[in-house]
Ligand binder design. Sequence first.
Ligand code: CA
Length: 218
Amino acid sequence: MTGILIAEDEERIASFVAKGLRAAGFQPTVVTSGTDAFDYAMTGDFGLLLLDIGLPGLDGLEVMRRVRAAGSTTPVIILTARSAVEDVLASLEGGANDYMAKPFRFDELLARIRLRLNDAVNSPETGVEWGGLRLDLRSRRAVVEGRQIDLSAREFALAEEFVRHPGQMLSREQLLSRVWGFDFDPGSNVVDVYVGYLRQKLGAARIETVRGMGYRLV
Ligand code: CA
């Protein structure tokens, strides 16, 4: 079941949308502030984000900018109270896939949600990104602040593992099994050696050592 995050502080609208989505076979989650919206969005549990612009904490546009800056390509539909041209432009320029002006009919919102989910399924992922580091999944190259960097296949796989789990501590054993697939014995120092290569190529400060545990992309 596809999870949909609804960030809307007007209870009446949030419950009307949630009820409709549930009836249409989706799994809606409602949050009522921008800060919660960002935290929930970053879990990666949602197939689509529905963000009201007027939210306490962070506004919906700022939530979207931060989500996009963190490398997420999850489809976003912005809800706006006004159909002001500036809001629409800001939404689309900030990376929204669509917008809905309130008041709206539920069936129109549902049609747009289905359309955007469909687009997302049909456009293959081309890259992953975190904090100024982008990995192009087609050319298998890294881009750091606009500069292209060649990586070996193993270096790329290791970098991808970090970028897909930003800020998370990854143990040597996790990295070894996910990137080398148990081809190496657990006592091997191959992970440390390759982290050293990535630090040379991508910048030493990017990968932090968690003493005695593993590594973390910062
Ligand atoms: Ca609002």
